[in-house]
Design a protein around this ligand. Structure first.
Ligand SMILES: [Ca+2]
Length: 488
């Protein structure tokens, strides 16, 4: 071997080793977490040290919103990259797979392009039929804090056990099953989400021969608001405050908005009339800090792993949550409480990091962003827009953000305004800068006519009618197949 050949033989493996390899992706999600996070300042005094630390070390999007304010439509939109108005999937009772057998979701797309794709917990909606096994190379199903409550037909993998003594722990008997809160009579390590955390820890500790996409979906702080005592201890009841609300807040809402606010109103009325509003808020805070601790365990597992320097980490929530604002204690509305969510992206490219990005963005932008950052070809249609330009330039312009609840029921969000439109032509308009609680609907003021016309142009021009819901299919969990029922 002459010197030239020797150099060539030495250079070849060096070139191979330094060839750009695709980054890994860790998608870390929580459920029903609104902006009550330290770095988003939604509730002064909330304790989320792990999320805040991630925000400081990555890019915090301070004005991120969900594509739909409810679990299944939001998660389906984020993971398919298509809005509810594109797919016709608006509620928790619509499977995506039998309606769109050929749809390539985010995990599938990565799988098809050489990634090892793994997941645990709640990524797609958590009921059987929403999470086809062909999405994943490996998947660990959601384990619940309250297995006694879980219906056998919806959660066939769940081992049913009787409710523990003391249940329901909020002291309100016959209070809608899942709507409970308190401390479970169990060790912290036995809460349901810990199974997903352990899956992440074990996965990340292993060397991987291919680039990977790992999706870890935490249930908390979704109801039931169960958390270990130490998280309740962070919030002595005397120091907890309920959100600022106004008794006349609903008087300027159009009828369809009144209807959204009234959804499950009975639960809020009961919490308030039994003097438990503050306890309910406290339980949400405890569940948030528990979620933060669990998220911290996953982040630490990544940071102490061999994959730390080549993994894009995205932290997100599927939708927000009301705690009495607009006389409402759920989601499924298009106000700030329901649409505003935490979104943090930490990329190996540290040059992206630093100043928070304040332009409104949507979590539906995640699919195109990750495809872009990982150098994968883009699917034919995605409704979101890559966040990469905004990562590279914090002043990059962005179009207004749209969130959709029902056909023809959308909000359009800009830095300054929130415009909500209903299929009957009614509207709401809020000045987000002057009225952050969205108390005053300005839509009827003639001086805003041109502004409203401009915002309305950003709402989807038409909405796909709802696709058939689960009652139209026989679903078999063992074979994961769907059969359309005969039409009458
Ligand atoms: Ca949710």
């Amino acid at each position: 071997m002459n010197r030239r050949q020797l150099l060539a033989s030495l250079a070849a493996p060096l070139r191979a080793a330094s060839a750009p390899s695709r980054p890994n992706v860790l998608l870390l999600s929580v459920d029903d977490l609104n902006d009550w996070v330290g770095c988003l300042k939604g509730y002064p005094g909330v304790q989320t040290p792990n999320i805040d630390r991630l925000a400081r070390g990555g890019v915090l999007f301070t004005d991120a919103h969900c594509p739909a304010p409810l679990c299944n439509p939001s998660r389906t939109a984020i993971l398919t990259g298509l809005r509810p108005s594109t797919t016709g999937i608006y509620n928790n009772e619509q499977y995506w797979r039998p309606n769109y057998p050929n749809l390539v979701t985010l995990p599938m797309h990565f799988r098809r392009h050489g990634y090892h794709v793994a997941g645990a917990g709640k990524i797609f909606h958590h009921v059987a039929g929403f999470n086809p096994p062909d999405q994943w190379d490996e998947f660990q199903l959601q384990q619940f804090d309250d297995p006694w409550y879980r219906r056998a037909d919806w959660y066939p993998w769940n081992k049913r056990i009787p409710a523990p003594p003391g249940h329901p722990f909020n002291g309100l008997s016959n209070f809608a099953g899942e709507f409970d809160w308190g401390v479970l009579p169990t060790a912290e390590k036995d809460y349901g989400d810990q199974h997903a955390v352990r899956f992440a820890q074990s996965f990340l500790a292993r060397p991987q021969s291919k680039p990977f996409l790992l999706a870890i979906g935490l249930w908390h702080p979704h109801i039931p608001l169960y958390a270990p005592q130490r998280f309740f201890d962070l919030y002595p009841e005397a120091r907890v405050h309920v959100p600022l609300t106004r008794d006349d807040d609903l008087t300027d809402l159009p009828p369809l908005a009144q209807k959204l606010a009234a959804f499950r109103r009975d639960e809020f009325e009961r919490i308030r009339s039994t003097g438990k509003w503050k306890q309910f808020v406290r339980a949400y805070l405890a569940a948030i800090s528990f979620a933060d601790s669990l998220a911290g365990d996953v982040i630490n597992a990544l940071d102490s792993s061999p994959h730390a320097s080549n993994t894009i980490l995205v932290f997100w929530s599927d939708n927000g949550w009301h705690l009495g604002e607009k006389q409402h204690v759920h989601k499924s509305t298009l106000w700030q409480r329901s649409t505003h969510v935490p979104l943090i992206l930490r990329a190996p490219q540290a040059r992206f990091h630093g100043a928070p990005r304040t332009q409104p963005v949507s979590t539906i932008d995640l699919y195109p962003t990750l495809v872009d950052l990982c150098g994968l070809p883009s699917p034919d249609r995605l409704d979101g827009i890559s966040l990469r330009p905004l990562l590279e330039n914090k002043s990059a312009p962005r179009p207004p953000v749209v969130s959709t609840h029902l056909p023809g029921t959308h909000c359009v969000i800009t830095n300054r305004w929130r415009y909500i439109t209903y299929p009957d032509g009614a509207a709401e308009l809020y000045d987000r800068r002057a009225d952050r609680h969205e108390f005053t609907n300005l839509a009827s003021l003639p001086r805003h006519r041109a502004l409203i016309a401009g915002l309305a142009r950003h709402a989807p021009a038409s909405s796909m009618p709802p696709v058939p819901d689960n009652t139209q299919f026989n679903f078999d969990f063992k074979t994961h197949t769907y059969q359309r029922k005969a039409q009458p």
